[in-house]
Design a protein around this ligand. Sequence first.
Ligand SMILES: [Zn+2]
Length: 302
Amino acid sequence: MSRFDQWLVPKKIYDAHLHIFTYKGMEKRVKQAGMNSVEEMAELFSKRTNNKFEIPPKDTNELLKRWVGEMNANNVEKALILPDWNSTEIVELASKDYPDRFIPYLMINPMEEGAYELMVDAFSKWNIRGIKLYPPLHYYHAYDKRLTPFYEFCADNQLLITYHMGISIGQSADLRFMNPSDVSPIARDYQKIKFLFAHFATGYLRELLFLMYHLDNVYAESSSSNKWMEYLPYKITLKEVFEKIISLKGTGKIIFGTDSTMFPRGWRTAIYQRQLNVCNELELSQEDIDKIFYKNLKTLLV
Ligand SMILES: [Zn+2]
């Protein structure tokens, strides 16, 4: 089952984790980080990810077009956009020019002034389907009362929430805010919201499984190289991660993503192939593979 030409492949691909960083967004980051230039920031990105990071074009239309080209080349039907923090620029453009290709989403730092209004406005204008929150990067517990209006709004409007918990590529992350158990009272009290944990909760597989034991509205999102596996004090493989979740909760709880971020790398084919390889090694059926690579996310978008 290891030869690529013998693999079962999904009928379609939905990617639940595609970052589109704009030039404007980078300028904002540069200011916030007290850096001197976009070039300096790009260099830092390259270093952290061990990959060349090309500065995005100033014309955001051009950037979006390039990503659509990548999606076409890799048979990705839809991608969930993760824009710059508290920015709607890319969502606005994507909704106008490629409404069938992108799932509009926001990355929200709820500690920044105007974040709530930004979310409400984006929902009314572009029908965003959810938000991503990153507590260890913005220093709040997921159960912080200041988040209540956000959760209320997401519940009332059937918006998804993607969390990045666990370890982080962000140098400034505060580990006190990274435990997915923080989400437990929220996921319990807001059953209407579906919660996606990016990168299998990035080191907190155990807590993610515990949450899944208690609650049905918790999902494992599979994106990135899942490097967190190397930082556990025991050996674990991606195959074992998939196997564990599937054996406990079936294939309905895993949502495929790549965490594609930058050019020239583009869409992360290697991550797709690695996960598809795992699914084939586990001898999943066509139906199960379709669920993981697009149907599960599609179902959550209604
Ligand atoms: Zn990401």
